[in-house]
Design a protein around this ligand. Structure first.
Ligand SMILES: Cc1ncc(COP(=O)(O)O)c(C=O)c1O
Length: 437
């Protein structure tokens, strides 16, 4: 631990006070620390270990690829690149036919932004405040949350504008607005018409870290229509919401919306290797037949990242994990709603599939959060940080951000394991209940 702390950076935090737990092993829905203590992984690490830990088929695929052809320049064709492309064509929303492979979600979004600008010849990107699109220059500029604020001195990019969120709990149009989904979508239309030069709308179909915001049913179809009418591209960032997390292969499928560009990462390999994907329509692909595709990486289409994706997709299918996420998600939603009944500090429980947020408030009436962005940036431990530590002591790992927990366990989780996680959360909610006003 000492060497890790002294010589490597802890991400998104003040370095002082970082005491990372030393993890030595992981299997199924659990991981183990150096003292031999076992933890239930209730957030799939960073909502990425969708297949759980130590999946044999995926590990074998990595070993096989490593022995056969670990690396070759992206300028060459490989069998594994063709195999993965074939699988993606079957699974991605219809119309997404040409692929660019990266090694992270942020790079997938960088590619999407660049492609959208080159293809449309326009410059502006509409994003939303409650969003995270990644840490590199373009993606962080398109991020709405506080991670952009701190990075802005170095990561400012011209041309990103922010639209109101499709947030029904804290609607930017006021809590009693009769239809915040329609209002948020209509506002995007207004922005495009008044801004000019908008290349794309970039959004998480179900917002992830910023609170698992599931949009009202009319929102995404309306945004799709607005994009079409105004000749603007729709980029769906499914880095977190893809690969069964919401109970569909991709979240856009819930609303039958087809994006022009879809980005993803995380679950594509179940986090066994770092792979990101930018998928575009044939129309965009055709444009680059005779226009220079001004993008690339040394590790684009790296065989060692593609082989686990091929294997992971087979595992999603073999274990029927998309249907499992729907079934188990319904159970999880029921159990979480019980917590809302029982604990006064729970302001909202929302989610879809195996993707849930439990939002804590000091008062249900005012909806005042326990942690606001300014508190978070102060680096002081919040009530939610204390609760997450308490859950760790009970052997359950859960991710917290501002005033909510993000629950997104491996899709292989059993009902008993769901109960274990929820029981620990139930206990820890006594801490926030004591703090309500
Ligand atoms: C929606 C979304 N987009 C992009 C990213 C960035 O992905 P990465 O951390 O792999 O760069 C994340 C990461 O959490 C994400 O949740």
């Amino acid at each position: 631990m000492d060497l890790t702390v002294r010589h490597t950076y802890g991400t998104w935090r003040y370095q002082r006070g970082w005491k990372p737990l030393h993890i030595v092993d992981a299997e199924g829905c659990y991981f183990l620390d150096a003292a031999g203590k076992k933890y239930l992984d209730f957030s799939s690490q960073l909502m990425c270990s969708n297949l759980g830990h130590k999946n044999k088929a995926v590990i074998d695929a990595i070993c096989k690829q490593a022995k056969q052809l670990p690396y070759v320049s992206p300028g060459f064709a490989t069998t594994v690149r063709a195999e993965l492309s074939k699988s993606l064509l079957k699974l991605l929303p219809e119309g997404l036919e040409k692929f660019f492979f990266t090694t992270s979600g942020t790079e997938a979004n960088e590619a999407a932004i660049k492609i959208a600008r080159l293809f449309t010849g326009k410059h502006k990107i509409i994003s939303r405040y409650r969003s995270y699109h990644g840490s590199t220059a373009g993606s962080i500029a398109a991020t709405g949350d506080l991670r952009r604020w701190t990075a802005e001195p170095v990561g400012k990019m011209d041309g990103v504008i922010f639209a109101p969120d499709a947030d029904t709990y804290r609607s930017p149009f006021g809590s009693d607005h009769p239809n915040p989904g329609i209002a948020s979508a209509e506002y995007i239309d207004y922005m495009i018409k008044n801004e000019g030069n908008v290349a794309a709308i970039m959004l998480e179909p179900v917002v992830g870290t910023n609170g698992v915001l599931v949009p009202p049913k009319e929102y995404l179809p309306m945004v799709r229509e607005i994009a079409d009418k105004n000749d603007v591209l729709l980029i769906a960032d499914e880095v977190m919401s893809g690969w069964g997390r919401t109970g569909e292969w991709f979240a856009v499928n819930h609303w039958k919306v087809k994006p022009d560009i879809l980005t993803t990462a995380k679950g594509i390999t179940g986090a066994y290797a770092p792979l990101g994907l930018t998928a575009t329509t044939r129309e965009i692909a055709d444009y680059f037949e005779d226009h220079y595709f001004a993008h690339g990486h040394t590790y684009e289409a790296h065989p060692l990242t593609l082989a686990p994706a091929v294997a992971a997709i087979k595992e999603y299918l073999r274990l029927d994990l998309i249907a499992e996420a729907r079934k188990k998600g319904a159970y999880m939603g029921k159990r979480l709603s019980e917590l809302k009944e029982k604990h006064e500090s729970v302001g909202d429980v929302r989610g879809i599939g195996l993707f849930w947020a439990v939002e804590l408030v000091k008062s249900r009436k005012t909806k005042e959060p326990f942690t606001n962005p300014k508190d978070k940036l102060s680096g002081k431990a919040s009530v939610l940080d204390r609760m997450a530590s308490e859950m760790m002591s009970r052997g359950v790992y859960i991710l917290n951000w501002l005033s909510h927990f993000v629950i997104g366990p491996p899709l292989i989780i059993s009902r008993n394991e769901i109960d274990q996680g929820i029981d620990a959360l139930d206990e820890s909610l006594n801490i926030s209940d004591k703090e309500i006003e």
